[in-house]
Design a protein around this ligand. Sequence first.
Ligand code: B12
Ligand code: SF4
Length: 458
Amino acid sequence: MRLYLVNPSNPLVSIVRIKESRWNRYRVWKPLSLMVLAGLTPPEWGITILDENLGVPDYAALPRPDLVGITAFTSQANRAYEVAAHFRRLGVPVVMGGIHATMRLDEVLERVDSAVTGEAESVWPGVLADARTGCLKRRYDGGFAEIDGIPPARHDLLASGYAMGAIQTTRGCPMNCTFCSVTAFNGARYRQRPIAEVVREFQFIREKRVLVVDDNLIGTRPEHIARAKDLFRAMARANLRKEWVAQATVNFGDDEELLALAAKAGCRGVFIGFESPTPEGLLELGKKFNLLKGRDFRASVRRIQRHNILVVGSFIIGLDADRPGVGQRIAAAARQYGLDNLNAMFLTPLPGTRLWKQMRSAGRLALDRFPEDWKYFTLTFPVARYKHLPLDTIIEEMTACDRAFYSMPRILGRVWNNIWRRRQPLITLIGNLSYRSNLKLSGSAYADFQRQLGERQG
Ligand code: B12
Ligand code: SF4
């Protein structure tokens, strides 16, 4: 039995534009969902993972599979439907799963044979068994899975072409920030994989560098932090020799022991959502963690960096609280906090989030021709109607923010600072140049986007 697992690409996402900027090569991440599915697949299936981010295969030249499984974030949905249509024309059944299939089930069911909603661990073997006997059901719901004792992801299947491996150690988040899909999709309960299983899976990863995809590796409560410490101790004991980056909330910087253990276990970078430079903005987004009284972001960032861990900060532009000037204000905040990289995104109502419900019911989706418009839901296009920032203004704000933070003198300043402190200056340089080289790409993408919208309205 031949199974293809496909990760569709969206050409509007900069990571796939390797020709225009070779730095993007370092930003193509492994599609872990498909590696996890492969791990759950019984041995009678021959599995090929086709990751279009590395290049779109000539599907017509490939042997005919018995089943195709497609994953998709919302921004990949259009392409997912094209791939599905190709295989369905050949009479090959197509199953789609992942976050978009879960949040837009009816739309997906019109375009594939079967959809898997929620997490797949409990249902995927059953889907395959039904596919073998030609009895696929229209829908399977995996809900929230138990993540103890699951087989490791198949790290052997995507052997080359990526700068980093990927692993997941926890799922779920209780915070339910308005713009984020994680609580809606993975639930509010913070679930942790057994430490021994995580360490064992790390050992299967061939790459030296690894992305830990957890939305918040350290969690929110004291017992979560205690577990994170135990995990880091076990990783250090196993002498994994990996360097890894992860996502965490800003409380990562509150605990010196946690930081020291993380660094010893190989942590080299952390991605933190600061989201807004103003308390009104944080309140609007429901990002309660960042609102804690007496929180000093600069001091938190410094404490993390002292352990040789780089800090990438993410901010959102387009809140109701944002006024013209917000772009410069974010760049200034990012500099003041001492961030090594800044990732600014447009506020984007993703299906299933609280923000989606609010904006949709208020008629604030500027792009609503679905499924065609999903390709713009990359967080790099202003797809909504923003309270104080009309289309041209919000694009100017984003451009001003990026230009201010990624000006050549500022980049060199950060690199020099990191040389001085012996804190990964080369990685800082590559990371900053990678963002900077995409500014030109963003400029032409905005121009196309503005033209498209103009044509629609005209
Ligand atoms: C790692 C990651 C990335 C990596 C991508 C890795 C990759 N797959 O190529 C990078 C950094 C590149 C990335 C980029 C983006 N991401 Co991202 N990312 C994540 C993150 C943190 C983890 C994803 C992951 O690997 N999870 C682990 C696997 C095991 O879980 P899973 O993917 O959910 O898969 C399970 C099920 O969904 C299901 N399943 C999945 N696919 C399939 C397919 C079949 C056939 C079946 C049966 C089942 C199934 O089975 C799996 C096992 O249970 C998630 C948050 C999250 N918790 O999911 C956000 C998330 C998916 N990203 C998000 C977004 C918005 C983006 C971007 C658009 C914007 C951005 N800059 O972040 C871009 C878009 C990229 C694109 N190609 O279009 C949103 C998506 C919301 C949505 N509705 O689409 C999420 C949910 C984060 C959030 N805060 O809301 N991302
Ligand atoms: S943004 Fe972070 S803290 Fe907020 S719900 Fe999403 S994962 Fe949780």
